[in-house]
Each structure stands twice: as C-alpha cells, then as structure tokens.
Design a binder for this molecule. Structure first.
Ligand SMILES: *[C@@H]1O[C@H](CO)[C@@H](O)[C@H](O)[C@H]1NC(C)=O
Ligand SMILES: *[C@@H]1O[C@H](CO)[C@@H](O)[C@H](O)[C@H]1NC(C)=O
Length: 175
C-alpha cells in the first residue's frame, strides 16, 4: 500500500488505506539510509546523464522535522509542501516497511509514463515525482522517514525528500 506525491503533483498508486493513529516513537533512520537515498537518486540521474545530487544536512534536518511533525500530529499522512522553498517528494506506505531505496524506486517507477520529447506524462499518471528525482538544476538532497504504529500494531510510514533548488518548474524540461 503506497501513495506518493511531489510538491506540486499528487500521484496515487495503491490506496488500501489503513487508519493508523500515531502512538509509537520510531528510531531515527538506520545507518546507511543517507547512502541509500543518495545512491537510488543518483542511479536514476546517471541513467539520463544528469550529475549526482549531494547530501545536505540542512535539507535532511528540515525533512526530519517535518516527518516527525506529521507522525506526531497527522498520523504520518502527507505534509502540505505548497509553500515549501524546496522541491519535495513524499511517499506514504501502509502495512509494509519501505527502505530508503524502495521509496525512491517508487518515484523513479513513474519514468515509464514520462515522455521526454514533449515533456508530458501519460493520462492518469503523475510523473512529477520522477522528474524531481532527475531534475538537473536540483543539486542538493535531504530525506527522512517516520513510522506510525497503531493500536493493532499496524505500521505506516511517511518518507519525504527535499531538493534544492526545487525542480518541476512549469514549462521546463528536467534535463
Ligand atoms: C489519526 O487516525 C485516527 C484513526 O483513524 C483518527 O481518529 C485521528 O483523527 C487521526 N488524526 C489525525 C490528526 O489525522
Ligand atoms: C507526447 O508524445 C507521445 C508520443 O508521441 C504522445 O502519445 C502524447 O500524446 C504526446 N503528449 C502531448 C501532451 O502532446
């Protein structure tokens, strides 16, 4: 059960949504998460000859504060990024645990619906999560994840990545 969204565009993959009150405080992302987020992004970027992203502690801290806020106040549901100064991708997952790599791969999976020639997306798809991943003018990345566990011990999680400068500028191609 996964849902994902970019700062400007919402995409729904699967939505067998389980309402999960936030009760447990999860540990911070395990060691290696940073590397996984970076590698998954940079693999997708290298496939289209776009230079790698650099990790930003400042962006990671912003993402971390936001996913913790969503965990504590909003059941790990999507944050409102409309006024964010960064680009942002979000992934909500229910009932399963997503690794950093899997989160990024869910965004990258939209690639097959994106048509570079005319910079468009197949009907009923939202390619913005992919185009943000490979956006050439974005140079910094920072990501974080929070996990919510309800009384029935069902997990859901919210993963947010921030990008600076933001991508998905209307009328521009990603690269
Ligand atoms: C979180 O989910 C629970 C269970 O569905 C609901 O009762 C509660 O209102 C939700 N809280 C927020 C802030 O969305
Ligand atoms: C873009 O090109 C593809 C493939 O030729 C075509 O199917 C699609 O309709 C085009 N989209 C737009 C918005 O022109």
């Amino acid at each position: 059960m996964l849902k994902f969204v970019s700062a400007f565009i919402t995409a729904l993959l699967l939505f067998t949504y389980q309402h999960s009150p936030a009760q447990a405080a999860p540990p911070p992302p395990p060691g290696g998460a940073t590397q996984e987020y970076l590698e998954a992004h940079n693999q997708a970027r290298s496939e289209v000859n776009v230079t790698p992203l650099q990790w930003s502690q400042a962006l990671a801290k912003s993402a971390s504060l936001l996913v913790r806020l969503q965990r504590d106040k909003q059941n790990c549901s999507f944050a409102d990024l409309a006024n964010s100064k960064y680009g942002g991708n979000q992934l909500w997952a229910g009932g399963i645990t997503v690794t950093p790599r899997a989160a990024v791969e869910n965004w990258v999976a939209e690639k097959r619906f994106y048509n570079y020639d005319n910079n468009s997306c197949s009907p009923d798809h939202r390619c913005g999560v992919y185009t943000q991943v490979v956006w050439k003018k974005s140079i910094e990345l920072g990501c974080a994840q929070s996990v919510c566990i309800n009384a029935a011990k069902e997990k859901s999680s919210l993963t947010i990545c921030f990008y600076n400068p933001p991508g998905n500028v209307v009328g521009e191609k990603p690269y």
